[in-house]
Design a protein around this ligand. Structure first.
Ligand SMILES: [Zn+2]
Length: 111
């Protein structure tokens, strides 16, 4: 296991990942995709919550945080944002944030 895998900085990225779709969160018309992603380099497990408003440019955003298999096993898509907010930190990125990946904690910025 690599201690400083790149996923800690930019999240798991193709092709070094294995994703499992959890479901969709339709709250507030976001229709966010909720996905569990394992980094195939370091085996860390990430929870990803991503959405965009197709009528608005630069609205795409995603949040990814490190989770345990137990935390996502029975996770309802609706509960994904609260779980990400409860983690010590999470990453956020997407066109809404200018394509930069930023480490944050607490409430999801731009949510
Ligand atoms: Zn990794």
């Amino acid at each position: 296991m690599s201690r400083d895998c790149n996923c800690l900085v930019e999240g798991p990225r193709y092709p070094d990942l294995k994703s499992t779709y959890i479901g969709e969160d339709p709250s507030n018309g976001r229709y966010a995709d909720v996905t569990a992603i394992e980094c195939s380099r370091c085996r860390r497990l990430w929870l990803k919550y991503g959405f965009e408003d197709e009528a608005t440019s630069r609205s795409g955003r995603w949040y990814e945080g490190l989770v345990t298999p137990d935390q996502v096993e029975d996770l309802a898509p609706l509960d994904a944002p609260a779980l990400l907010e409860s983690l010590p930190w999470h990453l956020r990125g997407g066109s809404y944030f200018g394509g930069k990946v930023i480490r944050s904690s607490g409430p999801l910025v731009g949510f």
